[in-house]
Design a protein around this ligand. Structure first.
Ligand SMILES: [Zn+2]
Length: 180
C-alpha cells in the first residue's frame, strides 16, 4: 500500500518493515498501481537476499568440490588395493651364497657377501623361477615351501611377491618352465 509521507510517495518494505520512497523499490509490472507498480521488497533487501543466495551456492559448490576430491582419493586408494595378484604355489626356494660386489678396503678388493634366493612358483602349468638378491643378513624369506604365494608379473620380466605386511618383494623372473 502506498503511504505518502511529507509529500513523498512511498511504502513499507515487506522485509525490513521500513518506510521508503517508491524509487527505493524495484519496478515490477506484476504489482498493481496500488503498490506503485513496485516490488514489495526494497532494493537493499533484494541485494542482501541475492548475496545470501550467492554465498549459499558457493558453499554448496565448495562442498561438492571437496566431495569430488575425496571420491577421487578414494578411487586412487581403491585402484591401489586392486592390484591383481595370482595365487601360485611356492614349490621350492633355494638359497645360495653369492658375491654382491667388491668393496675396496685398504687397497684390497674385498668381496661383499650376499645371498641369492630363487623362488620356484607354480601357476597353472607354468613354473616361474624368480631371483632375489639380498645382503647376507638383511632378508629372511617369510614364505613356506608348498604354501600358496600371491604374486603378479610385470612386462619387463619382473614379478612382485605379496608379502604378509601387504608390501611387495620385487623379484626378477629368470626362467619360465612349462610342465609336461
Ligand atoms: Zn527492505
Amino acid at each position: 500500500m502506498i503511504e505518502t509521507r511529507n509529500g513523498i510517495r512511498g511504502k513499507v518494505c515487506s522485509t525490513c518493515k521500513q518506510w521508503k520512497p517508491l524509487d527505493a523499490f524495484p519496478t515490477d509490472p506484476t504489482h498493481p498501481p496500488s503498490q506503485g507498480g513496485r516490488h514489495c521488497r526494497c532494493k537493499e533487501c533484494h541485494r542482501k537476499i541475492a548475496g545470501r543466495k550467492r554465498a549459499a551456492t558457493r558453499t554448496i559448490g565448495s562442498a561438492i568440490s571437496i566431495l569430488a576430491a575425496l571420491l577421487f582419493l578414494i578411487g586412487i586408494a581403491a585402484a591401489k588395493d586392486k592390484l591383481t595378484y595370482e595365487t601360485g604355489k611356492l614349490i621350492d626356494l633355494s638359497v645360495q651364497d653369492v658375491t654382491r660386489g667388491f668393496l675396496v678396503v685398504g687397497g684390497m678388493a674385498a668381496p661383499v657377501p650376499g645371498k641369492l634366493y630363487v623362488f620356484q612358483i607354480q601357476l597353472g602349468d607354468l613354473v616361474y623361477f624368480a631371483e632375489y638378491k639380498a645382503g647376507k643378513h638383511s632378508y629372511k624369506p617369510e614364505w613356506v615351501v608348498n604354501d600358496p604365494i600371491e604374486f603378479r608379473t610385470d612386462k619387463d620380466d619382473k614379478a612382485f611377491l605379496k608379502r604378509s605386511d601387504g608390501k611387495e618383494l620385487e623379484v626378477v623372473v629368470v626362467k619360465k618352465v612349462r610342465q609336461q
